[in-house]
Design a protein around this ligand. Sequence first.
Ligand SMILES: *[C@@H]1O[C@H](CO)[C@@H](O)[C@H](O)[C@H]1NC(C)=O
Ligand SMILES: *[C@@H]1O[C@H](CO)[C@@H](O)[C@H](O)[C@H]1NC(C)=O
Ligand SMILES: *[C@@H]1O[C@H](CO)[C@@H](O)[C@H](O)[C@H]1NC(C)=O
Length: 195
Amino acid sequence: MIRFRRLLLFTALLLAVVVGCAAGANISTGSPTQHNFVLQECAVLMLSDRRPDSPLIPCDYVGIEFLACEDAADVQPVGNDTSSVCPYFGPRNGVYAMTNVTCEVLPCIECSGPRRFKREAKCVKFTGHYFLSTLLYSIFLGIVGVDRFCLGYSAVAVGKLMTLGGVGIWWLVDIFLLINGNLMPADDSQWMPYW
Ligand SMILES: *[C@@H]1O[C@H](CO)[C@@H](O)[C@H](O)[C@H]1NC(C)=O
Ligand SMILES: *[C@@H]1O[C@H](CO)[C@@H](O)[C@H](O)[C@H]1NC(C)=O
Ligand SMILES: *[C@@H]1O[C@H](CO)[C@@H](O)[C@H](O)[C@H]1NC(C)=O
């Protein structure tokens, strides 16, 4: 009876984690380049004396920290022309694909020329996977495949669950793969940056 209760408790915990990580993966599907500090940044710039009263620089020369850019993953094909869409995400053999994203100068920055323009950007995407939480899942719940579930390898995860982490070996191997960067989210996304 006690064993059965423990099993129930464990299953409930497991469910909570899996549901939690699935939900979490969708919460922060945002671009880290899209700034939520626009207002503060604006205030700082307005208050400081650093704005030179010199001729305005062209808007497309403004640094990336003063731009709000579209996500590379959100670039849509123009009609039938898919050449602008990312062929893949993340590095392949250390090389990133590039795409042209639309950028807009943040409201308080003064510059000359069009405030919206295209700029080349690396093909990376973020779907809410954090390295640290994944590592913790891997260490504490990897024996039942929760780490693989969270990263989107559901079929593989079932196998890992059935074999109890490959009798412990697979469990250890996955922790190792995570740490040395060979186990990444299944959708080619990158780890969310912490900021
Ligand atoms: C994430 O949420 C959006 C709506 O906010 C939804 O359209 C999309 O299907 C969700 N993705 C997943 C993987 O659940
Ligand atoms: C786009 O594809 C459709 C059929 O797939 C074709 O009829 C159309 O002419 C194409 N348009 C362009 C601009 O290539
Ligand atoms: C981005 O646009 C410029 C100008 O239109 C073009 O020369 C360049 O090849 C484009 N880059 C990519 C990766 O599509």
